[in-house]
Design a protein around this ligand. Structure first.
Ligand code: MN
Length: 727
């Protein structure tokens, strides 16, 4: 991958491209940069100028404009040589200087700890993007070349860079719709983060390569011959696609698919001239092959959040081998492959301006959210959250589609429709049925929000725990930020005291400010009251700061005796023991008025923002409601039942040590998948003695299940030991 890029390659590419470039400006930029970097070397030992040339070449392939190419060639001169931005401006103009300046600023990140550095990095990136999106496109190309040549960097640097690439750069590329760059960044990062699993998947793909190619070729021919006598404007373009190594890995570990389900899944792409032809082509392929039910997705009428459009269907080919077919127009193809860069690549013929605007709207949203959150770590988490590639599409009663991240709730939906609708939400109906506010939406549902008529109606603080999107949380926070400071302080103080009590943290009043010292600083709070106020409006999340405070307390105050007493595994989610109308995953609380016990006949009341509160059927409050007979109020009472048993799920980690061999990771994954154990996180690496270490964090229903899985894992060929991790 570490090609010796030359200016000749760039010139050749420009001369064979039908796009117009200012060749002399590009050559002058090259000469200027080459002179400035003269004598400098990359870690690979190659002359430094190879790097800017490579970045320029990547951007040329994306179809970026002259100024972007010039800025790419010059992107490191201000940072690494005596050249100033002013000189660049005089020689190459305002635009190029601004782009170089933007990229340079992105690289100058103050040295905080690693997480803060990452958050700061992201903040800068978002700001740069909002000024000129080309800055981030150059930065992505820069990162891509650095990743391609990462093997020349020291080991620790490799891991950090790979980590940052996976967590920040690849998601941004995804959000900007740049598929090629995103997939290459992910695969390269994955290679360093989990080299063992990477080479294993690579190996298996290699084994099946010939078979796969033959299969795809025959499918392509079958489809092409059927299309030949049909009425298409131009012959459809058909090609086969190999899924990226990282996407296969993700499918295995996130969606718990077996190996067969993934590596035997082929993908074929059909590109046609018009939207109408897309649907014609779909009809034809469904006539040729048997479609698998529920696998058809129409992303043409409801595009994904990153503006991706296509028809997807999965059909059965020869010998019952399933494969996916994607059907799209050339226009959609450009957006799917190049994303925002398509704006420069195909200036004419495609209406990009609104797509551009929508993408930039997302950037603005993230920046706004950052301004209402004081917690620097929260920001990184938030951005990754909002970047999750899996989206759901929900409809308004008017038939408008709204796309949201997976696990979004009614609250997220309401705030997406309009800030005021969000604030005034009192309830919601899904497909006509009342649901609690923390109900998780699913694709295809119709969601209707019920709002209050009271003019001052505002959100409930508990919504911050219900909302999934950054957008909703930030709107809720800013409502409370504007609300009464005294109230925020009181609410924050009470909440912190409650957490302290829960975790048995006992700090004398007069030592509290000192105890919280660095946390005040970290969150830009001058006084303890500021700190309480921030907790009050949700700018500081207690769940984020408590682990650190517990550690601190342990170091400063706690005795050994107390430690023993509290050293228990923390349950992840305790099921409430309540089922209501098929909704199992909702917040349930037992009312104080009648204290229902298992076995009592019970009813549930949909509260405003606290999920369901459970009462006995004899409860005076319930009976009073029945007597009032107000239909609006009665609609909020619903049938609930006790579940048969109470289940507690624990999160636990295991470590498997085994002789390094091909197929090991798959065998382990197969055991866990078969036992239906959700894997939350996993990694593997080679140990010095040639063995391999596989670690997985997962949700376990109890010690019995853990024991049986450990036994099964021990029986896998080559496994030396299976231990529960001590952390
Ligand atoms: Mn660079």
């Amino acid at each position: 991958m570490d090609t010796e890029y030359t200016i000749d390659m760039i010139i050749q590419k420009i001369l064979t491209d039908d796009k117009q470039y200012d060749l002399s400006k590009i050559i002058t930029s090259y000469e200027f940069a080459a002179k400035a970097h003269e004598g400098q070397k990359r870690s690979s030992g190659q002359p430094y100028i190879i790097h800017p040339l490579a970045v320029a070449y990547i951007l040329l392939e994306l179809g970026m404009d002259t100024d972007t190419i010039c800025a790419a060639l010059l992107h490191d001169v201000v940072e690494d040589t005596p050249v100033t931005t002013e000189e660049v401006r005089k020689k190459f103009g305002q635009d190029v200087a601004m782009l170089v300046d933007g990229v340079t600023k992105l690289n100058q990140v103050p040295m905080f700890n690693k997480e803060e550095q990452q958050a700061e990095n992201v903040r800068k990136m978002m700001l740069a993007m909002s000024q000129d999106i080309r800055v981030i496109i150059i930065k992505l190309a820069d990162r891509l070349h650095n990743m391609r040549t990462l093997k020349f960097r020291p080991g620790i640097k490799q891991r950090n860079t790979a980590h940052e690439t996976m967590n920040i750069y690849a998601p941004i590329a995804h959000r900007l719709g740049m598929r090629g760059i995103k997939e290459e960044l992910e695969d390269l990062a994955f290679h360093y983060l989990d080299p063992f699993a990477y080479s294993e998947i690579e190996h298996i793909l290699e084994l099946k390569k010939k078979e796969r190619e033959e299969f795809i070729t025959s499918i392509k021919e079958t489809i092409a011959s059927r299309f030949r006598d049909q009425d298409f404007e131009k012959p459809p373009h058909i090609d086969g696609r190999v899924k990226s190594i990282y996407s296969i890995y993700k499918k295995m570990f996130v969606s718990h698919k077996s190996i067969e389900e993934i590596y035997d899944r082929y993908a074929v792409r059909i590109i046609v001239s018009t939207v109408g032809e897309c649907y014609n082509a779909l009809g034809l392929v469904h006539d040729m092959f048997r479609p698998i039910p529920n696998r058809f997705k129409d992303y043409i009428s409801t595009p994904k959040a990153n503006m991706y459009q296509s028809l997807h269907t999965t059909v059965l080919g020869k010998m019952g081998i399933p494969f996916e077919i994607q059907i799209r127009t050339w226009d959609m193809h450009a957006t799917a492959e190049y994303g925002i860069a398509a704006h420069w690549k195909y200036k004419e013929g495609i209406s990009h301006s609104d797509k551009m605007d929508q993408r930039l709207a997302w950037v603005r949203q993230v920046i706004e959210a950052q301004q209402t959150s004081d917690d620097v770590e929260e920001i990184v988490r938030i951005i990754k959250n909002d970047l999750a590639p899996e989206d759901i599409v929900v409809m308004t009663p008017m038939g408008d589609s709204v796309s949201l991240p997976v696990d979004s709730t009614v609250i997220d939906f309401a705030y997406r429709i309009h800030t005021q609708i969000g604030h005034k939400t009192v309830g919601a109906k899904i497909d006509g049925k009342l649901v609690p506010l923390d109900y998780k939406l699913k694709t295809g549902q119709i969601c209707e929000i019920m709002t209050s008529n009271e003019p001052d109606k505002g959100p409930n603080r508990s919504w911050l725990n219900i909302a999934r999107t950054n957008e909703a949380k930030s709107k809720i926070r800013s409502w409370f930020k504007k609300a009464n400071r005294e109230e925020n302080i009181a609410v924050g103080k009470t909440a912190l005291e409650k957490e302290f009590k829960h975790f048995k943290i006992r700090v004398p009043e007069d030592e509290l400010e000192e105890f919280l010292g660095d946390d005040l600083k970290r969150h830009n709070c001058m006084t303890l009251e500021d700190f309480y106020a921030s907790i009050g409006y949700g700018g500081i999340m207690l769940s984020k700061i408590m682990p650190r405070l517990q550690d601190k307390y342990k170091k400063l105050y706690r005795t050994d005796e107390e430690e023993k007493e509290t050293a228990v595994i923390k349950p992840v989610r305790k099921s409430s023991g309540i089922i209501l109308d098929k909704i199992e995953d909702c917040t349930v609380k037992f009312s104080q008025c009648c204290n229902p016990l298992p076995g009592d006949e019970i009813v549930g009341f949909i509260t405003r923002g606290h999920g369901i509160s459970v009462h006995t059927v004899n409860c005076t409050n319930y009976l009073a409601a029945v007597k009032r007979n107000d239909p609006e109020e009665l609609a909020r009472w619903m049938d609930v039942q006790w579940t048969d048993s109470e289940q507690t799920s624990l999160q636990t980690s295991i470590e498997v040590i085994a002789l390094d061999r091909v197929g090991l990771v798959f065998d382990i994954a197969a055991v866990l998948t078969e036992a239906r154990i959700p894997i939350i996180h996993s990694s593997s690496r080679k140990l010095k003695n040639g063995n391999a270490l596989f670690e997985a964090t997962m949700t376990i229903a109890g010690t019995d299940q853990l024991k049986s899985v450990v036994e099964k894992l021990k029986h896998i060929k080559g496994v030396v030991s299976v231990e529960r991790a001590r952390t």
